[in-house]
Design a protein around this ligand. Structure first.
Ligand code: HEC
Length: 430
């Protein structure tokens, strides 16, 4: 090692290869004070050697040093004494800010600045706020992760003094380096060199930076280019703004005019290709979609030979499940008006009464009610198509469920008009 370092010191000017003579010892530079020592760069043979050396440098008390390798070296963070990143904490803060900001935003808009009654829903409620609060949480977490990572790594940094050393180019290929900066409190050129050699470096090199002030300022031309690029980048925005803020009698400019104007007919628009001038063709007369014939008059319409059927249609299989289903559907679709007992005092008439009105749904179960006397077919038809001011339920309740509801209405009627003789021993009509 020692010999190699020695040899290196001898061929130093050649090693730099950039015509810059940094001299033998960095501290006393020979090129007229134009350069100053940035630090030492030491090369190592293997990742294992790099880790061992990093540990030695750390244990010697250095803090201003870094390791450079073409690929991630596992265990190097620990060897260098790099602490776990605090980024997660920052991101947590960002996420929390997003969460609270999202909630605040919605509270301010929906409950404070512009409260709006939507179907009597509360103007501000947590469940309705979850989607947006979730999005803002993610948004701010992601942004703090992204920009926090840049800030924590002191990016963007496009240049580093070690780039001046030709040997350092190996770092993108097969070079493993430790660089100790001269700004480190423990840095002392010869001692630090010896430490690196003792730690197994195959090559140690001084790195000098250009100390001239003009070398440390951004060239004026770059500012010029930045200003020009910024102005150019604003042009599209300016054009869009002008287009939005001014009026024009010219037609739109269509980039893909064959996409904007397609030869197709939209429904409900005139279309000359057909004799009736319509684009919408409707159903074809005399055809029925497969499985939609509905020829069973009794089942689908409650009719036989033009008369209401009095029994239940054969296609409707009665069992206790159908009755339970009927009860459930009745309680959903009918009870609001006709009441759970069918007596006509559901929550809707109650509500009308509260406001001083008088409106009631028919009593479906009293012994003199029309509904108790009407044949099954007619009751089914009333449920399907409605009656006077009551709307039909064919659109919402499938055929079988309508028969199940009918079954339950019949059960309600039967249950409330039983005679003492029909009851089992011990039961009492009230
Ligand atoms: C929105 C309230 C409302 C709902 C819901 C409702 N009905 Fe009615 N129903 C009425 C009113 C009101 C009438 C009386 C209509 C009229 O005479 O103008 C009526 C009439 C009837 C009649 C005729 C009774 C008669 O005396 O002629 C039957 C049968 C009936 N409903 C059954 C049902 C069934 C079964 C359901 C559930 C599928 C149902 N209704 C759902 C309000 C409702």
């Amino acid at each position: 090692m020692e010999a190699e370092t020695q040899a290196h010191d001898d061929d130093k000017p050649a090693a730099h290869g950039n015509g810059d003579d940094h001299g033998d010892a960095g501290e006393t530079s020979t090129d007229g004070g134009d350069t100053e020592l940035h630090g030492l760069l030491a090369e190592f043979e293997t990742p294992g050697a790099l880790i061992a050396a990093a540990r030695k440098v750390k244990n010697a008390g250095y803090t201003e040093f870094d390791c450079y390798s073409p690929f991630p070296v596992h265990g190097i963070d620990d060897a260098m004494g790099i602490k776990r990143t605090k980024l997660p904490l920052v991101v947590f803060g960002g996420g929390l800010t997003g969460l609270c900001g999202g909630l605040l935003l919605q509270w301010w808009m929906n409950a404070h600045n512009w409260p709006w009654n939507v179907s009597g829903k509360p103007t501000w409620s947590i469940p309705a706020n979850i989607p947006i609060a979730y999005e803002t949480t993610i948004l701010l977490s992601v942004l703090t992760t992204f920009f926090g990572m840049w800030a924590a790594n002191k990016l963007p940094q496009v240049w580093h003094p070690f780039f001046r050393l030709d040997r350092f180019a190996k770092v993108t290929d097969d070079g493993l380096f430790i660089g100790i900066e001269a700004s480190d409190q423990r840095f002392e050129l010869e001692q630090t060199k010896q430490l690196l050699v003792a730690a197994g470096a195959t090559h140690v090199e001084e790195c000098h930076t250009d100390a001239r002030p003009e070398a440390r300022t951004v060239p004026k031309a770059i500012y010029g280019v930045m200003i020009v690029l910024t102005v150019v980048a604003l042009i599209p925005f300016a054009l869009a703004f002008k287009a939005r803020a001014s009026k024009s009698s010219d037609p739109h400019w269509h980039v893909f005019s064959d996409m904007d104007f397609q030869p197709k007919a939209k429904s409900d628009q005139p279309f000359g290709e057909f004799a009736d001038g319509r684009a919408n063709r409707g159903e074809i007369v005399g055809t029925i979609a497969r499985g939609n014939l509905r020829a069973d008059d009794a089942y689908y319409r409650g009719l036989r030979d033009g008369q209401w059927i009095t029994e239940l249609p054969a296609a409707f299989k009665v069992d206790v499940d159908k009755l339970n289903r009927g009860q459930e559907r009745y309680n959903i679709y009918c009870a609001p008006c006709h009441g759970f007992d069918g007596g006509g005092h559901g929550i809707v008439p109650e509500r009308v009464a509260l406001r001083g009105g008088a409106w009631e749904a028919r009593n479906l179960v009293s012994s003199d009610s029309v509904a108790i006397k009407m044949p099954n077919g007619q009751l089914f038809n009333t449920i399907s198509n409605g009656y006077n001011t009551m709307m039909g339920y064919a659109a919402q309740v499938p055929v079988d469920d309508r028969w199940a509801i009918l079954l339950y209405v019949r059960a309600l009627q039967r249950g409330q008009n039983a005679t003492q003789a029909e009851l089992p021993a011990g039961a009492q009509v009230r």
